[in-house]
Design a protein around this ligand. Structure first.
Ligand SMILES: CC(C)(COP(=O)(O)OP(=O)(O)OC[C@H]1O[C@@H](n2cnc3c(N)ncnc32)[C@H](O)[C@@H]1OP(=O)(O)O)[C@@H](O)C(=O)NCCC(=O)NCCS
Length: 154
């Protein structure tokens, strides 16, 4: 897979990045995070990191919440126009570096059962399914969708 000819700037994100994250959310998720979800996460001290392009425009990010020695991946997204070019893999590498630096023992995440693309990215990065949360996510027409719980140990 070829990367676009830009070198992303990897950086820590904060409240000033929420507007841009919201625009990406609305492009890529059927049930995007709200401004309140981002604000609550950052106010709680959860950390967000991402990639900016040469114009310093944010185009990919993740949000993590520590639970004891485990890191919970709450959000992971790539702007639609940057998808399919290897940036998820690149950002996952940054997440693993962060996990190692902070000495977390493992990373845990939930993903919609229907999100085969994300599941394939996570499997490729060494995550394995460890369980199912029935009806965890809201879905269309007042339905619910299962979450696959995945973990990767360091
Ligand atoms: C999931 C997501 C982060 C992947 O980002 P991306 O930048 O397109 O991913 P990459 O380009 O790094 O591709 C990673 C792998 O996924 C594979 N892939 C790409 N499209 C795919 C598809 N439609 N189905 C299955 N696998 C796919 C690629 O082949 C690549 O693997 P390879 O390099 O071994 O070929 C992105 O699609 C996204 O932001 N989706 C919406 C948000 C989301 O669902 N996040 C996860 C929430 S739990």
């Amino acid at each position: 897979m070829e990367l676009k000819l830009i070198t992303p700037h990897y950086c820590k994100l904060g409240f000033a990045d929420v507007d841009r994250m919201l625009r990406i959310e609305e492009q890529v998720y059927t049930h995007p995070w709200s401004r309140g979800n981002f604000a609550d996460s950052l106010s709680s001290g959860y950390e967000a990191y991402g990639f900016r392009n040469v114009e310093l425009d944010l185009f990919a990010y993740f949000v993590v919440m520590p639970i004891l020695d485990e890191l919970h991946l709450l959000n992971f997204a790539v702007d639609l126009s940057y998808q399919g070019q290897g940036y998820a893999k690149l950002l996952m590498g940054k997440l693993f570096a962060y996990t190692n630096e902070q000495a977390y023992s493992s990373i845990l995440l939930e993903v919609r059962r229907s999100n085969v693309r994300a599941i394939s990215v996570y499997e490729g990065a060494g995550f394995a399914a460890i369980g199912v949360r029935k009806g965890y996510y809201p879905a269309h027409d007042n339905q619910r969708e299962d979450a696959i719980v995945m973990r990767r140990t360091r």
